[in-house]
Design a binder for this molecule. Sequence first.
Ligand SMILES: NC(=O)c1ccc[n+]([C@@H]2O[C@H](COP(=O)([O-])OP(=O)(O)OC[C@H]3O[C@@H](n4cnc5c(N)ncnc54)[C@H](OP(=O)(O)O)[C@@H]3O)[C@@H](O)[C@H]2O)c1
Length: 314
Amino acid sequence: MSLLTTVVPCRHDEATKNALNQVTPMKKILIQFDSDTVPSTFDRIVAVDAGVDELFSYGGISPDNVTSLVHGAIFTRGPADLKNTAIFVGGSNVSDGETLMRTIGSTFFGPMKVSVMMDSNGCNTTAAAAVVAAKKHLNHDDTSALVLGGTGPVGQRVAQLLATEGSDVTLVSRSEDRASAACDAIRARTDAGTLTPAGAATADEFQSLCSGKQLVVAAGAAGVCFLPEGSLAALDGLSVAIDLNAVPPVGITDIGVTDKAAEKHGVICYGAIGVGGTKMKVHRKAVASLFDANERVLDTQQIYALALQVAGLV
Ligand SMILES: NC(=O)c1ccc[n+]([C@@H]2O[C@H](COP(=O)([O-])OP(=O)(O)OC[C@H]3O[C@@H](n4cnc5c(N)ncnc54)[C@H](OP(=O)(O)O)[C@@H]3O)[C@@H](O)[C@H]2O)c1
């Protein structure tokens, strides 16, 4: 009996070699810095829905403790891989979020940086969604707009985006001094177009400021009503009205919270939940886009640019 031996390539060895040489895709890690003690579940869920592989959530973040955490983020992966790590700044206090953004930015150097997004209290995604909703029906550069509750984080950003789009914007507060200060703050951030401060405190005063405007956005605090029932019918020339307050009483009584391009008294209306669908899409897209590069800074204008894409307006 002869022993026949055949030499064949060892498939097992080949497969093992291929597997060893294969580069495992690097996990996308989002680091959530929340200025509140307990990190927001809302922001955590959106991060997961946006497709991040790992989410590290930290609460109670302030300029005093953020620097070492940023160092941990930028010194663990090589510059070419840093696009797989990103930071999300959130929390209920928008000015704390803005301060954190500045501290984080000043901790980066050279190529040692990761992309960062700021959306404390949903301020940027909400404002961006409201302004793109209006843009579906109006040419912003040919629009006179009124922002009620314009001194808050959302109202200021709505006013900023409308002004940079070329609208003639009146920003309203119960105090004309606060309205002026908010307009100055916006001008310091952008070379925004026309911003006019106005003081008003009663329904009649709010109604009177609406006269001649094509767009009204109510961005007052939760539960604050500016325009009572029947107001829209009395406004000639108004094309679009948006109310961002979902908490009863709503900001414009004639608008339902779920209204989405609903026509009422000849005015196209959006309520807070009607705007909310776009806001959620924008938030998810913004988080996902952080991983395109390691140097993205997503604040008001950049998030608005993404909102225009989400709305199919670019
Ligand atoms: N739909 C969404 O997805 C979404 C997401 C985030 C926020 N929101 C809503 O968007 C709105 C704006 O948010 P924000 O955080 O910017 O609000 P905010 O800071 O709580 O309030 C905005 C402004 O409302 C004015 N205001 C407060 N109490 C008032 C009163 N009694 N009468 C008249 N004006 C009053 C204040 O301006 P003055 O003191 O200068 O008058 C304040 O600066 C809120 O209703 C919030 O719930 C919606």
